[in-house]
Design a protein around this ligand. Structure first.
Ligand SMILES: *[C@@H]1O[C@H](CO)[C@@H](O)[C@H](O)[C@H]1NC(C)=O
Ligand SMILES: *[C@@H]1O[C@H](CO)[C@@H](O)[C@H](O)[C@H]1NC(C)=O
Ligand SMILES: *[C@@H]1O[C@H](CO)[C@@H](O)[C@H](O)[C@H]1NC(C)=O
Ligand SMILES: *[C@@H]1O[C@H](CO)[C@@H](O)[C@H](O)[C@H]1NC(C)=O
Ligand SMILES: *[C@@H]1O[C@H](CO)[C@@H](O)[C@H](O)[C@H]1NC(C)=O
Length: 784
C-alpha cells in the first residue's frame, strides 16, 4: 500500500492554507456539512450501536478513531480503551497476507482472472480472508477492484496492472463482487482500492535516493468524462459496495486537478451518495479540512493531517462535529456488522518482525507464528493451473512419449530470497530496481505476498520427470555467457522448455513491452539449437510482445502463466503433463506492436511546473474494445486460450426472464429509468456446449453484446456473460447468461441516470472475443 516514496511525500508536504485548497466546495465554504451521512443500510443494527456509542465519546476519542497510531500492524488506527474498543489492524494485500509468515502466496488477481471461474475466485477469496483473520488482521488492504482497472489496451505499460483483475469492466465487476463477498465471509473487512482512476504511477524526474526510491515525483491528474467514468471505471466499485465492502481506499492520483482523497465529486457525490457506500474511506492525505469535508473518514498510515490537526479544526468550527460523528459511525458500523467486537482472533503478528513478542507504546504484542495455511496450497495449485493460458500448441503438449527434456532460463529456478529483495519486494540491486533472479511468482510492492516456500518449476518438473523415467538437463541462466552449454543441451533434447519472465513493481511503470533479461534472445537461441520442439513458459505481469519468436518453426507451444504464486511449478507440471487440461483465457489483449495502442502511452511529462495530466481520450474503448473499434488484429485476443480438447456450441437462444436482484448485500442508490431494479435480471441467454474432442476438459463460453446503432459512442462489443463448465468426452451441457438491467443500460449524461437504449441489440456467443460463431438480435422497445 505505501511505498517509501509516498510516505516521504506525505511527511514532507507543507501544510496547505485552507483558503488555497482547490475544490473548496459548498460543504466547506461556511464550515457546515450537509452530508452524505451514513444510515448503515443493511447494517442498521450495527449502525444504531455505533450511533449510541458515538454519543458517549469525547472529541479526543472520536478523533482517535479516525487517526493512525503506532502499533504492531502495517497500519493501525486508534481505539477507545475506556470502552474496550481496540483500534483496527490493517495489512496488505490482494494476493495474501504480506509481512508475516506461515501464510500462502496466492496467484495474483490478474492471474486468477484468467480462470474465468466464479466459484474458484470466490473460493480463493474465502481462503485468503481466513488467513487474514487467523493473524488477527481486521482490515485487508485489498482487493484491487479497478484502480488500476488496467487501461492496458491503451497503457500496457502500467506497473500495477497485475494487481487488479482485468481491463474488462464486466469481468472485473463480477470478480470484484465475488472477492469482497468471499473475503468478508470470514468476518474480515475488505478495502476496495484504489478509488479511482488510478491508472498510472506518479511521474518522477529526480535521481534515485539512497535507498533506490524515486524522487521529484508528482501525482498524475486523471481527466475522464462522466460517461466513461460511470460505464467503465465505476462499475467494479459499485459491485464492491453492493457486496458490502466495509472500507474503500482512495487513490494517490488527482481527479480533474483535485487529490482523489479530497475530491467531493469522487467521494461524497459518487461513492457515498450515488453508490450509497456506508463504510469508511481512507487513503493518500493532503489536507485536514478539505479531506474531512470532502469525504475522507480516516487517515493512515501515520498521523499527518488528522489527529491534533483534526481536533483543532473541529474546535475552530472549520469542520462541524456532525461530520466527525459520521466518520466515527462509518468506521464502527462495519466493525460491529462483521462481529469483530465479539468474536475475532487477537492480533498475532508484527509487521516484518519475527520476534515472539514486542513492546509498542507500553503494550506487549505476542506473535505465535500461527500457521493459517490449512490445505490452501492444494487450492492455490488448482487456481494456478486453472489460470494458465495455453496460447499455442502444435501437439507437443501434453508431454508424452519422450525421454529427454532440456530446461533453460533463470525463471525455472528458485527465486531471489526475501532478504535479497527487501521486505517490500522492490528488489533493489545497486541503483537498479526490479531486478529479480529465479522464477517470478508475484510482482513487487503492496500487491506482493510472502511465500514460505516456492515450488520452483525445476523442482516440480524434476520430480514429475523422474516418475516417468524422463532425463532432465538444465541451464538455468539467461546470460549469453552460457549459450554454449545451452546449445549443447538443446541439441540433445526432444523437448526444450524455455522459461522467461517480466517482473513488475509498484511505483515503476514500464518503459517497453519486452521480457526481462533478454528473454527473447534466450528463446531464439534455444529454438535454433533444439533437437525437438520448444515450449515457452512466460511468467509476466502483463502484455509482452512475442512477434520476434512466436512463429519460428520449432516453437511448438507457449504458455502464459501470469504470476501464479508459490505453487507455480506444481501447477505448471499439471498442465505440461496433461493432468489438468488447460482452460484459462486471456483476460486482456495481446497486441503485436507498441503502435497497436494509442500513442503517448504513459504520461511522462511533468506538466511544466503544474502537475502531469492524463486525458482518457479513448473513452470506453480500452483493451479489446480499442482493437475492435480500430480494426487492429491482435496477436491473441481477449478471451483467447486453447485446450487439449475441442468444443462445439449449438442452440443459442435468449428469452425474457425477470428475476429480482438476489445477491445485493448493500443496495446502491444509482439512479435509473423504469420500474425494474438496476440489478434485476431481465433476460437469460442460453447455449449448449459439447466436448467433441478426445479428452475431458473445461470450456469458458463467452457472451458479447452490441448496443443499438443509435449509441454511436459505444465500442463494437462488450463482454456481458461467461460460464465455465467441465465436460467429459462427448458430454453436452447448457450454459446460461443472466442479463441484468445494468448490463443492458448506458449512462445518460444529460439525465444523470442509467437507461436501456431502444433498438436492436446484437448478442454473439463463442470461445473468445474474436471467435463468436452464433448470433442473435433482440429488439428492445420497453422501459423496464
Ligand atoms: C452554508 O452553506 C450551505 C450550502 O451553500 C447552505 O445550505 C447553508 O444554509 C449555509 N449555512 C449557513 C449557516 O450559512
Ligand atoms: C487512542 O488509541 C490508542 C490505541 O488504541 C490508545 O492507546 C490511546 O489511549 C487512545 N487515545 C485516546 C485519547 O483514547
Ligand atoms: C471531471 O471533469 C469532466 C469534464 O468536465 C466531467 O465530465 C467529470 O464528471 C469530472 N469528474 C468527476 C469525478 O467529477
Ligand atoms: C541476482 O544475480 C546476480 C548475478 O548472479 C547477483 O549479482 C544479484 O545479487 C542477484 N540478485 C538478487 C536479488 O538475488
Ligand atoms: C441443449 O442440451 C440439453 C441437454 O443439456 C438438451 O436437452 C437440449 O435439447 C439442447 N438444446 C439444443 C437447442 O440443442
Amino acid at each position: 500500500m505505501w511505498s517509501p516514496i509516498k510516505t516521504a511525500l506525505l511527511v514532507l508536504s507543507p501544510l496547505i492554507p485552507s483558503a488555497l485548497i482547490p475544490n473548496f466546495d459548498k460543504h466547506s465554504s461556511n464550515g457546515t456539512y450537509d452530508g452524505p451521512f451514513t444510515d448503515g443500510g443493511v447494517w442498521s443494527k450495527a449502525f444504531e450501536h455505533a450511533k449510541e456509542v458515538t454519543k458517549h465519546l469525547s472529541l479526543e476519542e472520536k478523533v482517535n478513531l479516525t487517526t493512525a497510531v503506532t502499533g504492531p500492524c502495517q497500519a493501525n488506527s486508534g481505539g477507545v480503551p475506556r470502552l474496550d474498543i481496540p483500534g483496527l489492524c490493517f495489512n496488505d494485500g490482494p494476493s495474501g497476507p504480506r509481512y508475516t509468515d506461515f501464510v500462502t502466496q496466492w496467484p495474483s488477481e490478474f492471474t486468477a482472472a484468467a480462470s474465468f471461474d466464479r466459484e474458484l475466485i470466490e473460493g480463493r477469496a474465502r481462503r485468503i480472508g481466513k488467513e487474514f483473520r487467523g493473524k488477527g488482521i481486521n482490515v485487508e488492504l485489498g482487493p484491487v477492484t479497478g484502480g488500476p482497472l488496467g487501461r492496458s489496451a491503451v497503457r500496457p505499460y502500467a506497473g500495477r496492472n497485475w494487481e487488479a483483475f482485468t481491463p474488462d469492466p464486466y469481468l472485473s465487476s463480477t470478480l470484484s463482487f465475488l472477492t469482497v463477498r468471499g473475503m468478508q465471509q470470514s468476518g474480515l473487512i475488505t478495502c476496495a482500492k484504489h478509488y479511482i482512476l488510478y491508472e498510472q504511477e506518479p511521474v518522477c524526474d529526480g535521481p534515485l535516493d539512497d535507498e533506490g526510491g524515486r524522487t521529484g515525483c508528482e501525482d498524475i491528474s486523471s481527466e475522464v468524462d462522466d460517461k466513461t467514468m460511470k460505464e467503465l471505471y465505476l462499475p467494479s466499485f459499485a459491485e464492491t459496495v453492493r457486496a458490502g465492502t466495509g472500507a474503500v481506499m482512495c487513490s494517490y492520483n488527482k481527479i480533474n486537478g483535485t487529490a482523489a482523497c479530497e475530491s467531493n465529486d469522487a467521494l461524497n457525490r459518487v461513492l457515498k451518495e450515488e453508490l450509497g457506500f456506508r463504510g469508511f474511506d481512507f487513503g493518500a492525505t493532503h489536507s485536514t479540512v478539505a479531506s474531512a469535508l470532502n469525504g475522507m473518514d480516516m487517515e493512515l498510515p501515520g498521523e499527518y493531517f488528522y489527529g491534533q490537526r483534526l481536533l483543532q479544526a473541529i474546535n475552530k468550527g472549520s469542520i462541524p462535529e456532525s461530520r466527525l460523528d459520521d466518520m466515527v459511525q462509518r468506521i464502527l458500523t462495519p466493525w460491529y456488522a462483521s462481529q469483530q467486537h465479539t468474536n475475532y482472533p487477537r492480533i498475532n503478528y508484527q509487521k516484518y518482525d519475527l520476534s515472539d513478542s514486542k513492546e509498542v507504546n507500553g503494550h506487549v504484542w505476542t506473535n505465535e507464528h500461527v500457521d493459517v495455511r490449512k490445505d490452501n496450497a492444494i487450492y492455490a495449485r488448482k487456481v494456478a493451473a486453472e489460470s494458465t493460458v495455453l496460447l499455442k500448441n502444435s501437439g507437443v503438449l501434453p508431454l508424452r512419449g519422450i525421454r529427454r527434456i532440456g530446461v533453460f532460463g533463470t525463471d525455472a529456478d528458485y527465486p531471489s530470497t526475501l532478504s535479497g529483495c527487501g521486505p517490500d519486494l522492490f528488489c533493489l540491486v545497486g541503483s537498479k530496481r526490479r531486478y529479480w533472479n529465479g522464477t517470478v511468482t508475484i510482482g513487487g510492492g503492496s500487491g506482493a505476498a510472502y511465500a514460505d516456500y516456492i515450488a520452483a518449476p525445476i523442482e516440480a518438473m524434476s520430480l514429475r520427470a523422474r516418475q516417468s523415467g524422463i532425463r532432465v538437463d538444465h541451464v538455468l541462466q539467461n546470460d549469453p555467457a552460457h549459450y554454449g552449454s545451452m546449445a549443447w543441451i538443446a541439441y540433445q533434447s526432444e523437448v526444450c522448455l524455455v522459461f522467461v519472465s517480466l517482473f513488475l513493481v509498484e511505483g515503476w511503470d514500464r518503459e517497453h513491452l519486452r521480457l526481462d533479461k533478454k528473454g527473447e534472445d534466450l528463446i531464439k537461441h534455444v529454438e535454433k539449437n533444439c533437437a525437438g520442439e520448444v515450449v515457452v513458459v512466460m511468467h509476466a505481469g502483463g502484455q509482452v510482445i512475442v512477434e520476434d519468436w512466436i512463429d519460428l518453426p520449432k516453437i511448438g507451444a507457449v504458455l502464459f502463466a501470469g504470476y501464479p504464486g508459490q505453487e507455480t511449478g506444481n501447477a505448471l507440471v499439471d498442465i505440461l503433463w496433461g493432468d489438468v487440461n488447460p482452460s484459462a483465457k486471456l483476460p486482456f489483449t495481446m497486441g503485436k506492436k507498441a503502435e497497436d495502442w494509442p500513442k503517448n502511452n504513459i504520461v511522462r511529462d511533468m506538466g511544466k511546473g503544474h502537475y502531469p495530466v492524463s486525458k482518457f481520450t479513448e473513452g470506453l474503448a480500452i483493451d479489446y474494445k480499442w482493437f475492435d473499434k480500430h480494426d487492429i488484429n491482435p496477436r491473441f485476443e481477449f478471451g483467447y486460450g486453447l485446450s487439449y480438447t475441442n468444443f462445439e456450441l449449438s442452440g443459442f437462444d435468449i428469452a425474457e426472464m425477470y428475476e429480482k436482484d438476489q445477491d445485493s448485500i448493500q443496495r446502491t442508490n444509482e439512479r435509473f429509468k423504469g420500474e425494474r431494479g438496476l440489478y434485476d435480471t431481465l433476460y437469460v441467454a442460453r447455449v449448449n456446449v459439447t466436448n467433441v474432442g478426445k479428452v475431458a476438459g473445461a470450456e469458458v463460453v463467452q457472451l458479447y453484446m452490441s448496443f443499438p446503432k443509435s449509441e454511436k459512442d459505444q465500442p463494437p462489443k462488450h463482454l456481458r456473460g461467461y460460464g465455465k463448465k467441465y465436460l467429459e468426452v462427448g458430454q453436452t451441457t447448457t450454459i446460461s447468461f443472466p442479463l441484468r438491467k445494468k448490463d443492458l443500460s448506458i449512462w445518460d449524461v444529460k439525465q444523470q441516470l442509467w437507461k436501456i437504449p431502444h433498438g436492436t441489440f446484437t448478442f454473439r456467443v463463442g470461445t473468445s472475443s474474436r471467435s463468436l460463431p452464433l448470433k442473435l438480435e433482440v429488439d428492445i422497445q420497453t422501459y423496464y
